[in-house]
Design a protein around this ligand. Structure first.
Ligand code: ZN
Length: 81
């Protein structure tokens, strides 16, 4: 795939919808930007969401714009009883 995107005045670049769909990128996802030495290449890499408490990447529940795993959610719920 090859797309052209223009940087706006704030320095923001829009990632085309087709790429967002293909890589399952949604609003709030973090993107790692890597430069390649001795080239003009810039790599955008999706960072998979993880639990804000333990770092787990599976069984996540989205709470506002953050993620928490089911295990940490259960522990948090028990402490509130
Ligand atoms: Zn967790």
């Amino acid at each position: 795939m090859k797309y052209i995107s223009m940087m706006n005045l704030d320095g923001r670049i829009v990632i085309p919808k087709e790429i967002c769909r293909k890589f399952n990128i949604e609003k709030g996802n973090k993107i790692e930007i890597v430069t390649v030495d001795d080239s003009e290449q810039i790599i955008f890499k999706k960072i998979n969401p993880s639990c804000v408490i333990c770092g787990a990447e599976k069984y996540l529940i989205k709470v506002k714009d953050k993620f928490i795993c089911e295990s940490c959610a259960e522990k948090a719920a028990k402490k509130q009883d």
